[in-house]
Structures are given as structure tokens and as C-alpha cells.
Design a protein around this ligand. Structure first.
Ligand code: SF4
Length: 543
């Protein structure tokens, strides 16, 4: 055999499509599509063309790509089982209706806004509405013909769907009790507003490598470890109250928890630091492979020291102050009745896995108003809070909400369950999630009513982890599994013992740990009973 004596040339590392390194040519179809025309521009085509000519007139590149910049996804055609998700062409999978995501930065809604969402749902979305685990509200069955009128109504009350989906800065999570909590030192709402007003819909940030998630809260009441950038309240011994900055969190496949940059930022400095971090993502983020395009991969490769240095020297042009780490606690969900710092109360209630309806939202608005409140908040746990309730109105409000099926004293099962959209509407789903989780909650309430501490159960319809599979006590990743007779049936890969806050870490994924959807109640019951029987005093499930 002839052996070549020519020394092989060292392989050049492949460009990752980073704009800052001069790679401006698109390396995949998504990047090409964004270069051809940014998603924000599709609004004019929806208003001027598609809404008049109907679904079949929509350019596929708009329908499956740019529409997301305005919160629109085609929804899954009913009746297609999960086994066919990966094999069907997009046009076979999709229905002629849309999911519309209403963006609710920091979950803040007044009654006019709540009623508008309710009316839009009833009139244009077959009465559907889901509170998401990012404080948004999602509607389904929306026709393209109705979208301009829906925007008109939403925008008339200060709501929007701008950049609710797509490769953009998504909704900004914020504390559901910002500005009212007794233990909040700094209300981050002004920073959230500043970012939203300056940068959401700004073409400069309308073509990021992928989605970009933000949270800003004084309290540990949002899943900050799972966001691309997070600002979390902290007291600096010298400078006083401000925010600790974390970058590079994200779940899905290849999950990573955000890492501390080690800097302290005052409230009025948050928007500039957010701008810098988002700009780094836009300029240095990887654009070759969608599967490596989230900020977490850049942070993992650079490390936080380099990330901070680039942020300070190339973008902010000034050093940031070193800061202390915030104290970790278990995440707060705000369910129940709590005193506000102004002496009034807020009440947190728990719709099952965030599923409500237009009619229910309308009735909630009536009840809230009847008890003298004018504000509600959605939470990143698919829950709802009513703010500013006088002491004399609390009991009546709690009773009226309970009458709507919204308990302020839900079981720990109901309180701690999350479910993503799943096969009912999502084109990527392999299994059903919402109804299954609602049934699971009912069954567990019956079988294990003595549960006296949260066990978080997060149900996901596929590996994308929209309902945060890896950071639940019991995280369930939808897939087809084999039943006792060897048949492929809907089921879940189980992740055990994940958590946020004090228990921050990913659940253990044991290869053989799979359960069919039908066996799920038995399985979770067994786990709960074993935990309740064997736990040491104060031992949490994740430990
Ligand atoms: Fe859809 Fe999968 Fe996300 Fe669930 S986890 S909403 S099935 S993409």
C-alpha cells in the first residue's frame, strides 16, 4: 500500500458564522431567510396582502419563519399522532390556523388588557387561552384574516405580539410582585420598561442567532438560571441595592445553567448591560448550526472572564463593579394570600397547567374589579396573581376565585405542575401534555392527598424542554416508549431531582428510566410515597 509522505495541512477551524469575525454570509437556510428580509417586515405583508387573500396566499418563508417575529406559529393539524411528527413535511403537519402569543413583559396586566385578551380569545380564538411559563398568554385557532384586527385591539390597550417568538429578545420575565412585595428592595419594572421601549422591535436586535431570553427581578421568583441573561437583586456592601448578572442559561437539548459574571449593576445601569450582552450575542453568537446558536454555547466556550472582558472593553467601554453573590433560596411562586408593602394584599391562584379560556379571563376580570382591584400578574409558573386587594375584600375575592376553579390554596400537586403546549397544537410534539397533566394532578390529589411540600412535575411534549424538563423534581420529556407488550406508545424519559435556586441543578437522566403516559400516575405516586416515607426532617425531594 502506498503511503503518502505529504504532510497533511493543519485543519482550519470552521467558521461559526460569527458576524464579529467577518462571517456575514449565511451558513444555513434560517440565516439566509433572515438576511433576505428581517421578520419585522412581514407585518406589512400580513396587513396588506395575506389577511385579504387568506392562508393559501402566504409565502412559506414568511409563514414558517418571519411570522414568528409577530408571535405567530402555524399550529399542528389535529389528529396527527406523535410518531409522525418527525417524518411528515411541514405542510402535512400544519393546520391553516395560528397560535398567537401575546407578549406580557413581566406579566403585568391591567383590567382593560385582561378583558381585551378575553374578548380576542372569545371572538377570534375559539375561546382558547394558556398562561405560559414565560408570563405570556397564548391563543389558538387564529385565522390570518383576523390578525390585523387582533393587533388593533391589543395595541389599543398597550399590548403587543412584537417579537413574542423568533430569533429576537423574547418577553422579559419579571417579578410578578414587582413594586408591591414587602421584601422587595428595588422594583425592576423601570429597567424592564426601558429595555422594552428602546429595543423590542428595534431592527438592530431583530436578527439574533437564535432566541434570547431575559429575566430581571429583585426576588428569586423567576427561573433566572434558565435565561440567556438574568439580573437578580443583591445588596452590595458598599454601593447598596443593585443586581447581580448571570449569562448563558438555557435548557432544551444541551442544557446549561446561567453563570455569574460577578458584576454588580444599579437599577439605572441594567438597560446598558442588557444592550451589551445582547449585542455580544448578535455579533459573536454562533450562526452555523441552529443547535449551537444559543448564547450558552458561546459562554461555555469563552468562560465568564472573557465574556465580562469583551462586555466591558468592546461594548460598554468601562469596567463594571465587582459584586457579591445573591443568597439562594427556594424559588417563590406567590400562591396564597400575602401582605403587600402598602398594607393591602395580593392573592395568587393556580389554574391547572396555565389552561384558562377567554370566558374565564373575562370572569376573572369581573371578580377582580368587584373586589376593588385593577391589576393582575401572570407568573413564570403558569399562575395568576391579583394585586392591591383591601383586607376587607380578601376573603370574598378568594371565595369568588375558588368559585371559578382558581384556588388560592391549591394542593401541592396542582401548585407545582407545569406542562408545555404539547401535541394538541405544537408541530414538534411527540406526546400530549396539558390534558394528561391535568388528569395526573387530579389523580395524585386523590391518591396522595397528604403531600405537604412541593414536588415539581414538569411535562414536556418533546426534547425541547419548553416546560423546563431538567430543573424539575420529576422532569418528563415526551417520546415514544415501549409498553409491557412491546408496542410503541406515548410516554416519557424521566429526569429526577432537578431544581432551581437552592437546588439548582439538572435532574438525573437514567437511560432506562422511561414511563408510558398510561403508567404515569402509578409511577409518580410510587416516587411520592417513597419520598414521604423515607425523607429526613426538612429534606426536599431534589436532595
Ligand atoms: Fe412543543 Fe416540545 Fe416545546 Fe412542548 S417542549 S411546546 S412539544 S416544542
Amino acid at each position: 500500500m502506498a503511503v503518502s509522505t505529504v504532510p497533511s495541512r493543519p485543519r482550519q477551524p470552521k467558521g461559526q458564522g460569527q458576524w464579529a469575525m467577518g462571517h456575514r454570509e449565511p451558513l444555513n437556510a434560517n440565516e439566509q431567510q433572515k438576511k433576505d428580509d428581517i421578520g419585522l417586515n412581514v407585518r406589512a405583508r400580513i396587513e396588506n396582502i395575506y389577511a385579504h387573500r387568506g392562508f393559501d396566499s402566504i409565502d412559506p418563508a414568511d409563514k414558517r419563519g418571519r411570522f414568528r417575529w409577530w408571535g405567530l406559529y402555524t399550529q399542528r393539524r389535529p389528529g396527527i399522532d406523535g410518531g409522525r411528527t418527525a417524518v411528515l413535511e411541514p405542510e402535512e403537519l400544519e393546520d391553516k390556523y395560528f397560535m398567537l402569543r401575546v407578549r406580557v413583559d413581566s406579566g403585568q396586566l391591567d383590567l382593560a388588557q385582561l378583558r381585551t385578551i378575553a374578548d380576542v380569545s372569545s371572538e377570534f380564538a375559539r375561546d382558547t387561552a394558556d398562561l405560559t411559563d414565560r408570563q405570556n398568554v397564548q391563543l389558538h385557532w387564529v385565522r390570518i384574516e383576523d390578525v390585523p384586527e387582533i393587533w388593533r385591539r391589543l395595541e389599543a390597550v398597550g399590548l403587543s405580539t412584537t417579537e413574542a417568538c423568533g430569533d429576537v429578545p423574547r418577553v422579559i420575565l419579571g417579578s410578578p410582585v414587582a413594586g408591591i412585595a414587602a421584601d422587595e428592595v428595588v422594583d425592576a419594572t423601570p429597567a424592564i420598561r426601558e429595555i422594552s421601549e428602546k429595543y423590542i422591535g428595534d431592527p438592530a436586535f431583530a436578527n439574533l442567532p437564535r432566541k434570547f431570553k431575559t429575566t430581571i427581578s429583585w426576588l428569586l421568583d423567576t427561573p433566572y438560571e434558565a435565561n440567556d441573561v438574568a439580573f437578580l437583586g443583591v445588596e452590595h456592601p458598599e454601593y447598596g441595592p443593585g443586581f447581580d448578572v448571570w449569562v448563558g442559561g438555557g435548557l432544551s437539548t444541551n442544557p446549561m445553567l446561567a453563570k455569574r459574571l460577578g458584576v454588580w449593576v444599579p437599577l439605572d445601569g441594567i438597560a446598558a448591560v442588557w444592550w451589551g450582552v445582547t449585542s455580544i450575542f448578535r455579533d459573536y453568537g454562533y450562526r452555523r448550526l441552529r443547535t449551537r446558536a444559543r448564547l450558552k454555547f458561546l459562554v461555555a466556550d469563552w468562560g465568564v472572564e472573557k465574556f465580562r472582558e469583551v462586555l466591558e472593553t468592546e461594548y460598554l467601554k468601562r469596567p463594571l463593579a465587582d459584586g457579591p453573590a445573591p443568597e439562594r433560596t427556594t424559588p417563590i411562586d406567590h400562591i396564597g394570600v400575602h401582605r403587600q408593602r402598602d398594607g393591602r394584599y395580593y392573592v395568587g391562584v393556580s389554574p391547572v397547567v396555565g389552561r384558562v379560556s377567554g370566558a374565564l379571563l373575562g370572569r376573572i376580570a369581573d371578580v377582580v374589579e368587584a373586589h376593588g382591584s385593577g391589576r393582575v400578574r401572570t407568573t413564570p409558573y403558569q399562575k395568576l396573581l391579583v394585586l392591591d386587594v383591601d383586607e376587607s375584600e380578601v376573603d370574598g375575592l378568594v371565595a369568588d376565585l375558588a368559585g371559578l376553579g382558581l384556588s388560592a390554596e391549591p394542593s401541592y400537586w396542582k401548585r407545582s405542575a407545569l406542562a408545555c403546549t404539547g401535541i394538541e397544537y405544537c408541530k414538534l410534539a411527540i406526546v400530549e401534555t396539558k390534558a394528561l397533566t391535568a388528569d395526573l394532578v387530579t389523580e395524585l390529589e386523590r391518591r396522595v392527598p397528604e403531600l405537604d411540600t412541593p414536588i415539581t412535575v414538569h411535562v414536556n411534549g418533546c426534547p425541547n424542554a419548553c416546560a423546563r424538563t431538567q430543573v424539575a423534581d420529576i422532569g418528563l420529556k415526551g417520546q415514544l416508549v415501549l409498553d409491557a407488550d412491546g408496542r410503541q406508545v406515548p410516554g416519557f424519559q424521566v429526569h429526577l431531582g432537578g431544581g432551581l435556586g437552592l437546588d439548582a441543578g439538572f435532574g438525573r437522566k437514567l437511560r432506562g428510566l422511561k414511563v408510558t403516559a398510561a403508567d404515569l400516575p402509578d409511577y409518580v405516586e410510587r416516587l411520592a410515597r417513597r419520598y414521604l416515607a423515607d425523607r429526613k426532617p426538612d429534606e426536599r425531594f431534589a436532595q
